[in-house]
Design a protein around this ligand. Structure first.
Ligand code: ASP
Length: 437
């Protein structure tokens, strides 16, 4: 919000001031109740002038996917300063990516066990349509095709993986150029970085604007889902929530517990300090917002500042294990609800790849993971089209995003701290007075 803007009062201002995630939750509830009432009175479709509000929301989301991926990935990749990509940097980035990949796998396992789905109407038509879209492609072709032959074509056709690849290469080159010995290169690359930084900021501002509209869009989309399917879909959302939270818990025990054990870090001492950032992230739903608390925890755990001052801000930007788990569960939910089938092996492989990369592009702010979910769906060839059943199912997920986001953000920051401590211990960056020694 513009701080210099004159203070306004009235209904609009009260609406804007109210927490957006609660507004979306309220939108979900109102939409669901309206849908159930409509279904009970035999109305299964909304008049076009009302469904238009749902369509507008879906179109707004699609509008921002590519620019947000480009902006945040270029900025994310170029914020890994080459000066730090020595011994520590490379290891930190690798451990971040590996734990995120484990997160998606855990999410997919949870999804396959719980099979969360809403058995939405129109499943059969869409299943037939989807059968054509998911013809098995060899994994080698997928890998080769990550490299675009024309960047402009990839952007225009919204080929997400190719756009991600190019943005990462672009961002990495930029990070090296920013610290070049040649002053000219330094100046122009800093200008270019500022352009992309600005693009990323603009996109975040647009996202915030779209999120203000989201409660209305979600209410209409959910109303359509409930009018067509009745109240039976509510239980599905509970299953999604349980699958996500169980996934988060398993990740903490298996992955973080395992890493701490392997790196011989006292688990009790670690979690005593990790508790504060964990709770802060849970309530703020923002890894970036939690950063000061995470840094204090690292300081208390005796990690040298030169390591955590680099690894924690980087982690808040690129390491999102909770978000990765959420992507796995929700992608399954969307496919199963709309197409009446689970994920193919190819799709699961693709989701692991996409969600791991998406975690780099997910900003550490509330709700960012939900936008990236739309990107992951686009990447597996099942884009969230306007007025589709998929858009309705996606709106269901958005309706409970506040709850899912609490858990995933708490996990995201715990992951940053775990990886930082492990690398610090292994490479001898713990202070003499560190309780982890
Ligand atoms: N809220 C998360 C975070 O700040 C990102 C997300 O929405 O997944 O880490």
């Amino acid at each position: 919000m513009d701080n210099n803007a004159p203070k306004k009062s009235g209904i609009l201002q009260a609406y804007l001031n109210f927490n957006v995630l609660y507004k979306i939750l309220i939108g979900l509830v109102i939409g669901a109740i309206a849908g159930v009432i409509l279904a009970a009175s035999g109305v299964t479709a909304l008049p076009p002038w009302i469904s238009m509000f749902g369509t507008i929301f879906t179109r707004l989301l699609k509008m921002i996917i590519i620019p947000i991926v480009v902006g945040s990935l270029v900025v994310g990749a170029s914020s890994v300063s080459p000066a730090n990509v020595g011994r520590v940097g490379i290891r930190v980035v690798i451990i971040y990516l590996l734990t995120s990949a484990c997160g998606v796998i855990i999410g997919l396992i949870m999804a396959n066990i719980f099979q969360p789905h809403a058995a939405l109407e129109a499943v059969t038509e869409m299943a037939a349509e989807a059968a054509g879209k998911t013809a098995d492609v060899s994994v080698w072709t997928v890998i080769a095709e990550i490299i675009p032959t024309s960047v402009l074509t990839s952007l225009v056709n919204e080929t997400v993986l190719q756009v991600i690849f190019f943005s990462l290469v672009f961002g990495l080159c930029l990070s090296f150029m920013k610290v070049s010995d040649d002053e000219r290169i330094r100046t122009i690359s800093t200008t270019m970085y500022n352009v992309f930084d600005c693009l990323a900021e603009i996109m975040m501002k647009i996202v915030r604007g779209i999120m203000q509209y989201a409660p209305i869009g979600v209410a209409v989309l959910i109303c359509e889902v409930f009018a067509k399917n009745g109240a039976k879909v509510a239980g599905a959302l509970l299953t999604v929530t349980i699958a996500c939270f169980l996934g988060y818990a398993i990740h903490i025990v298996l992955i973080y517990g395992g890493l701490l054990k392997i790196f011989k870090i006292k688990i009790g001492t670690f979690f005593k300090e990790a508790r504060t950032p964990f709770i802060t992230a849970f309530v703020t739903r923002s890894s970036n917002g939690t950063l000061p608390t995470t840094m204090t925890a690292a300081e208390n755990l005796g990690v040298e500042k030169e390591v955590y001052a680099f690894s924690l801000p980087l982690g808040a930007t690129i390491n999102m294990d909770g978000t990765a788990i959420y992507q796995g569960v929700c992608a399954f939910f969307l496919v199963m609800s709309c197409f009446g089938r689970g994920l193919t092996m190819g799709e699961m492989g693709m989701i692991v790849l996409l969600a791991t990369l998406a975690s780099i592009g997910t900003a550490g702010v509330p709700g960012a993971g939900a936008i990236m979910l739309a990107m992951v769906m686009q990447g597996i060839g099942l884009p969230i089209e306007e007025a589709s059943v998929l858009a309705g199912a996606y709106a269901m997920i958005l309706g409970i995003d506040a709850i899912l986001d609490m858990g995933r953000t708490a996990l995201n920051v715990t992951g940053d701290l775990t990886c930082t401590c492990c690398i610090a211990k292994r490479l001898g960056f713990l202070r003499d007075d560190s309780p982890l020694r």
